[in-house]
Design a protein around this ligand. Structure first.
Ligand code: ADP
Length: 400
């Protein structure tokens, strides 16, 4: 079969990220972003063949306008005709979707119904699907779910210590997210260490703006740090991760917080941003901590790393063996400081860092940063768009 190109769309509440992936090579032919949608500062950026195009979007500044602008650009670049499918990242697939799905009326209805579990994400994903159908209706559209990879978690891992009826009647359970990333890096890590994925066990740490840790045995997720929503787990850029639920009652009963204010506090004002009072961006905090001696920035990074190490150790309980640890995402792939702090915290689990390799590991390159006597500590660049594209092609081939 010749080259297959898939347009991958990742639609957030105020942005549309897109790329065209060549599924033979896994490479991105074109990438871009429409951001600040629904405001009059909406802009559009596209990168293609070492050239960049940047312009302000015209009213109505919405997702539909962003996708229309994208189609116009693709037409100008004569790229529309190379596309075979559109792959959509969809955050929540609930218990219905443990695989990607060809988008039909029923699938769209299911994604809409699942909005009650992901009110910030699924409606935005659905907007992207509608916009792409309108502009590129001749192409098959595929939904790839962030939660699907974690549907292999056993009940003991995904149920909370809450009344069982809440699970049965309201689907309240742990789902786990970043599934495309965790499954991809686990596959790459197995290749790296030269073992079949079916015989490998890893803990993968996806550390970006959102962060999650997953225990993966024989290529399957057995437990993960994110839960019913992406708020559970480790400290993130602006999300708190785990807190004592008693704090929420205290905020409401004694400090007059409304539910909306608690939501804002835990999702937008906490994490690295809330701790440092400076930024949610790891790179900026490292600069502030180590070049300007900012103590709060250093403390925020210390807490971030400690909580990740603690989760890695806890998630080992879900595994019967452990080959190694995987770092991925913007922070995992780039921050030698964060990797060092985490690995140094885990010497009891026989993780030991090779300082030179850690410093030398560059963006976009897979490497082992452990000493010879250590378990593997791997840095593996993620490729969520590549996974969405290849899974989209797989769905189409199965549908033929
Ligand atoms: P998203 O979750 O939005 O996809 P990314 O995976 O791109 O985010 O990760 C963004 C994070 O990666 C930011 O906190 C950023 O500061 C961090 N990052 C990127 N490059 C570096 C670097 N060289 N050193 C430290 N942190 C970095």
């Amino acid at each position: 079969m010749s080259q297959i190109h898939v347009l991958v769309i990742n639609c957030g509440s105020s942005s549309v990220k897109f790329s065209i992936i060549n599924t033979r090579s896994g490479e991105a032919v074109l990438t871009g972003l429409a951001e600040r949608l629904l405001s009059n500062k909406a802009s559009f950026t596209l990168h293609y063949q070492q050239q960049s195009e940047h312009f302000s979007l015209q009213a109505p500044y919405d997702h539909q306008a962003a996708v229309a602008a994208l189609v116009q650009q693709l037409s100008k670049l004569e790229l529309l005709e190379i596309l075979s499918a559109v792959g959509h990242r969809v955050v929540h697939g609930g218990e219905q979707f443990c695989q990607p799905a060809l988008i039909t009326k029923e699938v769209k209805q299911a994604i809409a119904d699942l909005s009650r579990l992901a009110p910030l994400h699924n409606p935005a994903n659905l907007t992207g699907i509608h916009a792409a159908e309108k502009a590129l209706g001749h192409l098959p559209q595929v939904a790839v779910f962030d939660t699907a990879f974690h549907q292999s978690m056993p009940k003991k891992a995904y149920l909370y210590g809450l009344p069982y009826a809440l699970y049965q009647e309201h689907a309240i359970r742990k789902y786990g997210f970043h599934g495309s990333s965790h499954s991809f890096v686990a596959g790459q890590a197995a290749n790296f260490i030269g073992k079949p994925a079916s015989q490998c066990s890893f803990i993968s740490a996806h550390l970006g703006n959102g962060c999650s840790i997953t225990a993966i045995q024989a290529g399957q997720s057995v437990d993960s740090s994110m839960g019913f929503t992406p708020l559970e787990g480790v400290v993130m850029g602006s999300r708190s991760g785990d807190v004592d639920p008693g704090i929420i009652f205290h905020l409401i009963e004694h400090l007059a917080y409304s539910p909306e204010q608690v939501h804002q506090l835990l999702n937008k004002d906490s994490g690295l941003l809330g701790l440092s009072g400076l930024s949610n961006d790891c790179r900026e905090l490292e600069q502030a901590a180590f070049q300007q001696g900012n103590h709060r920035a250093k403390l925020a990074l210390e807490i971030f790393c400690y909580r990740i190490a603690k989760y890695i150790a806890a998630l080992c309980a879900g595994l019967t063996s452990l080959d190694g640890l995987i770092f991925t995402g913007g922070i995992g792939e780039n921050s030698s400081y964060v990797r060092e702090q985490i690995i140094n915290q885990l010497s009891l689990l026989n993780f030991h860092l090779d300082q030179d390799k850690n410093r030398e590991t560059r963006f976009g390159k897979s490497d082992d940063i452990s000493t010879p006597s250590s378990r593997y500590a791997l840095v593996i660049p993620t490729n969520e768009e590549g996974v969405i594209a290849s899974q989209s092609v797989q769905v189409l081939q199965e549908a033929i």
